[in-house]
Design a protein around this ligand. Structure first.
Ligand code: DQA
Length: 156
């Protein structure tokens, strides 16, 4: 069974009340619930972790090595300057899909740069909650393709 880890960075615990004109009214619990439902339907395991602390996110990425097939990561403000998170992603070699609710390229100049993008598999941004769901869809698709390549074997 494929396994995906969803990581949420700083201030995303405030979703629903935090600048709703930018981030919408959906809470982090709602996002996690939607993703969990889709993952269950697709038969993949999913875990979630939110932290406001850079080191805790570095630890989570390191601990994902060998345990998860993919990471879906909204690093929030750390996206724009955390070399520590970038190095962790490069070190563990678990493919990371970077997500953002807002379109970071349309906003303030300092948000246009992602130091994570060069080491990420891909980036989805600007679609609101659908950024997360689109990333999950890509993971489901890639896991199915990998399974097919392995001869269609399942570990049931
Ligand atoms: C964000 C965009 C970041 O620039 C910002 O710091 C966030 C959220 C997004 O999901 O749109 O906290 O990652």
């Amino acid at each position: 069974m494929g396994k995906v880890l969803v990581l949420h960075g700083p201030n995303l615990n405030l979703l629903g009340t935090r600048e709703p004109e930018i981030y919408g009214y959906t809470t982090l619990a709602d996002i996690n619930r939607m993703m969990a439902a889709r993952a269950q339907e697709a038969g993949i395991a999913i875990d979630f972790f939110q932290s406001n602390h850079e080191g805790a996110l570095v630890d989570a990425i390191q601990e994902a090595r060998g345990r998860y097939d993919f990471i879906i990561f909204n690093a929030a403000a750390y996206t724009h300057y955390s070399i520590a998170l970038r190095d962790a992603i490069a070190a563990v070699k678990v493919p990371v899909i970077e997500v953002h609710l807002s379109n970071i390229h349309q906003r303030e100049e300092f948000r246009h740069t992602s130091v994570l993008a060069p080491v990420a598999l891909g980036q989805v941004c600007g679609l609101g909650v659908d950024s997360y769901l689109a990333a999950l869809e890509a993971v489901i698709h890639k896991l199915a393709a990998e399974e097919e390549q392995d001869g269609g074997q399942t570990d049931a």
